[in-house]
Write a protein that binds this ligand. Structure first.
Ligand SMILES: Cc1ncc(COP(=O)(O)O)c(C=O)c1O
Length: 358
């Protein structure tokens, strides 16, 4: 028997592994502020819908996600043919790459941005073109437009941006979209849309309506608090949405996830109340940080970004010691989710100590 292993695609070599937010340690106090999750339990009606779905685990889910698709079509005022669901919005993003890009093609995104972009781009075989954020940690849309070549197939605009929380505004985003050739797909990744309060930050769903090359990505993982169930969706014109249905993993979205998503959409009032509390807490955290002397970009998401450079890992270790787990990007900074008030207070104590030491 030969000793050679099965031939694997060369593109897989050197793919960075996705680092999930570290779980909270077992200990007297431990809060997880490392994955931009929602600190609230599921919305009313969600647990009940899941309990009902649990009786049918011997059956495959509804592959077309009919109930959820109808609810989304109503909620966003879009035709059913413009919708596609997937296993989290990262699953849908991967389908978008499968549908558009392969070896020899280029995919543009800002950097630093959502860490899945380089991974799923490399899996597709396409080449990543990373465009640095501005010194203020915002997408440099002019530079991104200049990076477009004949090979560009897809551009991610993460709005608000993970991990910096910054958002691009209507005028600059529209100017950018006007510069992108109509055969290049622009993906507006709006995983944190519900937390946006700056009225100048546009809703991608309005921008997509008269732009066939714009696709909006949304998720139930963040504001809706269903991260563990893996359901996200795209709104795009028919050819793109149809391509997403072709590239979907059959039966990828469980019935549990579909029913929970529908129940969450129906509990929107409660949802908006919770999001409002997190947004107020975000304002408090940013104000305290600034009062302590930190320079922090304005966040339109459910997290804040501290550019700590070389002190990043020390700071993350100090947070963990104090009872909160944050998300460090070595040599750059930490991203800290706005969580329970007590958790945020622990984080703010650590930042205070760090300022004093500095
Ligand atoms: C910008 C952005 N997009 C997409 C996702 C993926 O979320 P999910 O796959 O849970 O929908 C995340 C999760 O952290 C994110 O930050």
């Amino acid at each position: 028997m030969s000793e050679t292993s099965p031939k694997l695609r060369a593109e897989l070599e050197g793919i960075p592994t996705y680092k999930p937010g570290k779980p909270a340690a077992a200990g007297p106090v431990a809060y997880k502020l490392s994955s931009n999750e929602n600190p609230y339990p599921p919305l009313p009606g969600v647990t009940e819908s899941m309990a009902a779905a649990a009786g049918s685990f011997n059956r495959y889910p509804d592959m077309a996600c009919t109930g959820l698709m109808n609810e989304l079509a109503d909620r966003f005022g879009v035709p059913l043919s413009h919708l596609a669901t997937g296993t989290g919005s990262v699953g849908v993003a991967q389908q978008l790459l499968q549908a558009t890009s392969g070896p020899g093609d280029e995919v543009i995104y800002a950097w630093r941005s959502f860490e899945a972009y380089p991974i799923i781009t490399q899996i597709s075989g396409a080449t990543s073109v990373r465009v640095p954020l501005t010194p203020g940690d915002v997408h440099d849309l002019d530079a991104m437009a200049e990076a477009i070549t004949d090979r560009t197939r897809l551009i991610f605009v993460c709005n608000p941006n993970n991990p910096t929380g910054t958002a691009v505004r209507r005028t600059e985003l529209e100017r950018f979209l006007d510069r992108v050739p109509s055969d290049v797909l622009v993906v507006l990744d709006e995983a944190y849309r519900e937390f946006v309060r700056d009225v100048e930050v546009p809703d991608g769903v309005e921008l997509y309506r008269n732009r066939p090359n714009v696709c909006v990505l949304r998720t139930f993982s963040k504001a809706y608090g269903l991260a563990g169930l893996r359901v996200g969706f795209a709104i795009a014109h028919e050819p793109v949405a149809a391509a997403l249905r072709k590239t979907a993993v059959p039966f990828g979205v469980s019935q549990l996830a579909q029913d929970a998503a529908v129940a969450s959409l129906r509990a929107e009032d409660e949802l908006l109340g919770r999001v409002g509390s997190l947004v107020s807490e975000r304002a408090r955290v940013l104000a305290v940080l600034r009062g302590q002397g930190w320079t922090v970009p304005d966040s339109q998401a459910n997290f804040v970004w501290l550019r700590l450079g070389e002190r990043t890992l020390d700071f993350a270790a100090a947070c963990e010691q104090a009872g909160v787990v944050v998300r460090p990007f070595a040599g750059e900074g930490v991203r800290v989710t706005v969580g329970e008030t007590e958790a945020n207070d622990i984080f703010l104590k650590v930042t205070e100590g760090f300022r004093k030491e500095a």
